[in-house]
Design a protein. Structure first.
Length: 511
């Protein structure tokens, strides 16, 4: 097997005997990230009880990973193009495992926030490298579509494995154990990846511009932080200043990329309507979904009283639907059309979220399970096809940058979704009226209310918890309604922006 895939021509790439084994290594990295994202939501009630974060700190624990990873994905994707995608993938996986230990043994909310931020730095190296290596491993378009489908299906499977394994761990060990499950996956990835993965890099990449790296990071964090603070606390001059600083940094980043002879990110990629439409669809989809997903585990455990393992099983339909749809997505897009599959998937998610606006404390599982299954199917179709469009829209030497833009949209959408929709849930929740003697901590989070109930008289505790749970569910239903509106708008946008996009022989063509 050659050390540099880019030296191979199309025929050699198609006939590479180890490409499917190499794909198996790549999906381990995807599994690593997906499991980490899902177990956090499951462990949130325990983290809340042990570390006693405020409502704002709890949101930071949930979204600081996305803030950092969104700010660094483009930079790390570009770095992988320069120093080698295999090298940065294996280094990032090693760091991801080591920092997971830091997460597991955090003792204060502040330490946990720092640990999640550092994990974002490591995570930013993984996803762009995996997609870029797929682009270089599979030149045959149909093989690449299947590989991307397997890549997406593994991410979805991780969302299923995470809650189930995490649920088992939480029933027998402390919450930090859910982060330690990253270690064996990381070890297998690194050991096997050293032998199976081919190296891949851009032939003449130019220098890695540190000024662009800083501008990208400051811009993303500044803008997202401002949106989060405005949604949570309302307008403040400090929030406005952060937003303006972030916007100025992003403007400077774009201007600098247009002037550099070899930019960190080629802004001309966005002239491709299919590329831009796919990126926008991903961003809006995750924005509409993430806030709901972040609070779903709390609903299942703290409102409906399910054990962690049972809560993990309850979320399984979404992952099953996404796995099946992801494997069929490429074939469906070729038989029908790219825009029909993507827009149809997004509309299905929107309708499923709309159904959850009737959510109550005693809502039966058939409604919830059906809605989650539809969400999974819609996401599996749309995300797999948009990833294929994005990879097919660029030459191999720009695969890292294109993959990074795709993942940036995903992570930025997650951060904005948790900030905006999460703030809706928190804002509605805080206004509940409890009996006399309800401590202030009970208004910070539902986990805080459950803990506070232990120190109250039985009757007062029951009354307070009922009011808190009702308010939490009201906020969750409102967030589901907002998410449904966002997803239906994304479906309409995808229908128009992806007009004429086709996956014919793997090459995205334009009308």
């Amino acid at each position: 097997m050659t050390s540099t895939l880019q030296a191979a021509d199309r025929t050699e790439a198609v006939e590479r005997p180890g490409r499917w084994l190499a794909l198996g290594v790549l999906v381990l990295a995807v599994l690593l990230v997906a499991v980490d994202a899902t177990v956090l939501g499951l462990a949130t009630p325990y983290i809340s009880e042990d570390l006693k974060p405020s409502g704002t700190q709890l949101l930071w624990i949930g979204d600081v990973y996305s803030f950092v990873i969104a700010g660094l994905l483009v930079s790390m994707g570009s770095l992988g193009d320069r120093i080698g995608r295999k090298r940065i993938l294996l280094a990032g996986a090693t760091a991801f495992g080591a920092i997971s230990v830091f997460n597991a043994y955090a003792t204060t909310p502040e330490t946990m926030i720092v640990a999640r931020a550092l994990l974002g730095v490591a995570g930013a190296t993984l996803m762009p490298a995996t997609l870029a290596l797929i682009r270089n491993l599979f030149n045959d378009p149909r093989e690449r579509s299947l590989a991307v489908g397997i890549w997406g299906a593994t991410a979805s499977a991780g969302t299923a494995v995470g809650p189930i394994v995490g649920g088992l761990l939480l029933e027998h060990f402390w919450w930090g154990s859910v982060f330690l499950i990253n270690l064996p996956v990381m070890a297998v990835l690194v050991v096997v990846g050293i032998k199976l993965l081919p190296e891949s890099r851009t032939a003449n990449p130019g220098p890695w511009d540190l000024v662009s790296v800083v501008l990208s990071l400051l811009g993303m964090i500044g803008v997202v932080y401002a949106i989060k603070e405005a949604a949570t606390h309302g307008f403040a001059w400090s929030t406005l200043a952060a937003g303006l600083l972030g916007a100025a940094a992003l403007y400077g980043f774009v201007r600098r990329q247009l002037r550099l002879p070899v930019p960190l990110l080629d802004m001309r990629l966005f002239r491709n309507r299919g590329f831009s439409g796919a990126v926008l669809a991903d961003l809006l989809t995750i924005l509409g979904l993430s806030g709901l997903v972040f609070f779903l585990s709390q609903y299942l455990q703290l409102v409906q009283g399910r054990r962690p393992f049972e809560a993990g099983l309850a979320e399984l339909p979404a992952a099953v639907g996404a796995v099946v749809a992801g494997l069929l997505a490429g074939r469906a897009a070729r038989r029908f059309s790219v825009r029909a599959v993507v827009a149809g998937g997004l509309a299905a998610i929107g309708l499923a979220l709309a159904a959850l606006t009737v959510l109550g404390q005693s809502t039966g599982y058939p409604l919830l399970g059906t809605a989650l299954l539809v969400v999974g199917v819609g996401a599996g179709f749309s995300f797999t096809v948009t990833a294929d469009v994005i990879l097919s829209s660029v030459p191999k030497e720009q695969a890292g940058s294109a993959s990074a833009v795709s993942e940036t949209a995903y992570e930025l959408g997650a951060a904005l979704g948790i900030a905006a929709l999460g703030s809706i849930v928190t804002g509605v929740y805080r206004d509940f009226t409890g009996p006399a003697g309800t401590p202030a901590a009970a208004h910070e989070s539902l986990g805080g209310a459950v803990e506070a109930a232990g120190g109250m008289p039985a009757h007062s505790a029951a009354t307070m918890l009922d009011a808190a749970r009702t308010s939490f569910v009201d906020g969750l239903a409102l967030a589901a309604g907002v998410g449904a509106a966002v997803l239906l708008a994304a479906a309409v946008a995808a229908w128009f922006l992806l007009r004429g996009q086709k996956l014919e022989g793997g090459t995205t063509k334009h009308a």
